[in-house]
Write a protein of this length. Structure first.
Length: 403
C-alpha cells in the first residue's frame, strides 16, 4: 500500500482527536494509581496533560515519564529542585506549589480526576470546574466543605461531575434523573469498617495501624480512618445531598459488611434498584473514565454463589457518633459542614500521628462544632476563613488532649 505523507498526517490527527486528554490531581494516591492502572491498559487512548502529588517526587516523576505527561506538579514547594532533577532531559514541565496545582487543573484536559485528599483539593477542582471540564470526583471533602459554591460553579460553567465514590457512582448509575419525584429514598451502604462489631470499651485503645486496615477496600490513610470511625459515611451523606436532587430526610445509611451492594435507590412503587460488584475502585473509576460508555476492567467479576450471603445491619450511633453528628451538620447547613470537615481532618491526622486516641476524633469534631457559632456562607472566602479558624481551634483541642 502506498501511503502519502499527508495521509499519514491525517491518520495521526485522527488518532490525536480520539485520544482523551486527561489530568489527574493526586495521581500518586490510591485513586490516582487505580486510574493510571486503567489508562496503562490502553495508553494510546489517552494523552496525559498533568499529574500532581503532594510530596512523593519519586512516584510522581516515574508516573510522568511512564505516561509521557506534559506537566508534573509537586504541591510541596521545597521539593521543586528534586522534581526538576528527576525530570531533567524528559521534556516534561516540572512545577511546584499551590498555584501550580491550579495551573495543572487549568490545562485543557477534557477529563480531570479530582483525587487529592482533603480540602486541599478544593481550589484545583474549582479551577477545572470553572473551565467546564468533566470532573471525575473522588475528593468528597471539597463537596462537604464548599458544596453550595461548587455546585453553583458547576451550573454556571456547564461542567460535568461524575461521582467516583463507589456509593455515589452506584447511585449515579441507578438514579432516574428525569423523574426525581419517583424516588422515595437513597440508601448508602457502609462496610462498617474494621470495628463495626468491636465493643465500645475496646475502641479507646484502637491504634492507627489497626484503624487503617480496612476489611474490603485498599485506600489512603485518611479515608481508611474515616471508614473506621464511620465519619466517611457521614461525609458521604453530605456528598449525596449535593450530588443528587433529594431532600435531607431521603438519605439513609445501612451497614453491609461484604461491600457488594454499593448503594440503593428506592422508588415510590416499592422497587429498589441496587448496583453490585466486587469491591474494586477500578469499576467506579472506569465508569467515569469511559462515560457515557462502559469499559472493560480487570476487576474480579462478581460470583454471588462464592459469596453466599449478604448481610445488613442498622448502624449503632452510640459507638459511631459521627453518624449523628453529620446528620445534624447537614440539617444546620451554612458553615457547619465546613467546620465538620476541617475539624475532622485535623483530628484524623492527629490520630495518625499518635497524638490522640481513636475515640478522641469524634470528641474533637463534636467539641469544635459546639464551640463555633454557625453562620450563613456568602462567598468562597468565607469557606477559607471558616476552614482556617476551625483548624486553629481543633489543633488547640488536640494539644489539650496530648498528655
Ligand atoms: P491517598 O492518600 O492515597 O492519595 C491522596 C493524593 O492526594 C496523593 O496523590 C497525595 O500526594 C495528594 N495530596 C495529599 N495532600 C495533598 C496536598 N495538601 N496538596 C496536594 N496534593 C495532596 O488518598 P485516596 O485514598 O486516593 O483518596 C483520595 C480522595 O478520594 C479522598 O478524598 C477520598 O475520600 C476519596 N475516595 C477514595 C477512595 C479509595 O478507595 N481510596 C474511595 C472513595 C473516595
Ligand atoms: Mg465511599
Amino acid at each position: 500500500m502506498n501511503i502519502t505523507l499527508s495521509e499519514i498526517d491525517h491518520l495521526k490527527m485522527a488518532k490525536a482527536t480520539n485520544e482523551k486528554q486527561v489530568t489527574i490531581l493526586g495521581s500518586t494516591g490510591s485513586i490516582g494509581c487505580n486510574t493510571l492502572d486503567l489508562i496503562s491498559r490502553d495508553k494510546d487512548g489517552y494523552n496525559l496533560k498533568a499529574l500532581t502529588a503532594h510530596k512523593n517526587v519519586k512516584k510522581l516523576s516515574e508516573q510522568a515519564v511512564e505516561f509521557n505527561a506534559e506537566m508534573a506538579v509537586i504541591a510541596d514547594e521545597t521539593l521543586f529542585d528534586d522534581l526538576k532533577s528527576a525530570l531533567a532531559g524528559t521534556g516534561i514541565i516540572a512545577a511546584a506549589g499551590k498555584e501550580a496545582l491550579n495551573e495543572a487543573a487549568d490545562m485543557p484536559a477534557d477529563w480531570v480526576m479530582s483525587s487529592i485528599v482533603g480540602a486541599a483539593g478544593l481550589k484545583p477542582t474549582l479551577t477545572a470546574i470553572r473551565r467546564g471540564a468533566t470532573i471525575a470526583l473522588a475528593n468528597k471533602e471539597c463537596l462537604v466543605c464548599a458544596g453550595d459554591f461548587m455546585m453553583d460553579q458547576v451550573k454556571e460553567s456547564g461542567a460535568t461531575i461524575l461521582p467516583v465514590d463507589s456509593e455515589h457512582n452506584a447511585i449515579f448509575q441507578i438514579f432516574d434523573f428525569e423523574h426525581p419525584e419517583s424516588i422515595e429514598k437513597i440508601t448508602l451502604t457502609a462496610s462498617g469498617g474494621p470495628f463495626y462489631n468491636t465493643d465500645i470499651a475496646e475502641m479507646e485503645a484502637i491504634t492507627p495501624t489497626e484503624a487503617v486496615l480496612h476489611p474490603n477496600w485498599s485506600m489512603g490513610a485518611k479515608i481508611s480512618v474515616d471508614s473506621a470511625t464511620m465519619m466517611n459515611k457521614g461525609l458521604e451523606l453530605i456528598e449525596a445531598y449535593y450530588l443528587f436532587p433529594v431532600d435531607k430526610d431521603q438519605l439513609d445509611i445501612i451497614i453491609h459488611p461484604q461491600s457488594i451492594i454499593h448503594s440503593m435507590v428506592s422508588y415510590i412503587d416499592g422497587s429498589v434498584l441496587a448496583q453490585l460488584g466486587t469491591p474494586d475502585m477500578r469499576t467506579p473509576i472506569s465508569y467515569t473514565l469511559g462515560w457515557p460508555d462502559r469499559m472493560n476492567t480487570p476487576s474480579k467479576k462478581l460470583d454471588l454463589t462464592e459469596i453466599g450471603e449478604l448481610n445488613f445491619i442498622k448502624p449503632d450511633e452510640e459507638r459511631f457518633p459521627s453518624l449523628n453528628i453529620t446528620r445534624q451538620v447537614l440539617q444546620n447547613g451554612g458553615s457547619a459542614p465546613t467546620i465538620l470537615n476541617a475539624s475532622n481532618e485535623v483530628a484524623v491526622y492527629a490520630f495518625l500521628e499518635g497524638k490522640i486516641g481513636f475515640l478522641d476524633i469524634a470528641r474533637i469534631v463534636e467539641e469544635t462544632l459546639n464551640k463555633i457559632t454557625f453562620h450563613t456562607m456568602n462567598s468562597l472566602s468565607d469557606v477559607h476563613e471558616v476552614d482556617e479558624d476551625t483548624r486553629r481551634l481543633s489543633k488547640q483541642l488536640v494539644t489539650g488532649i496530648i498528655k
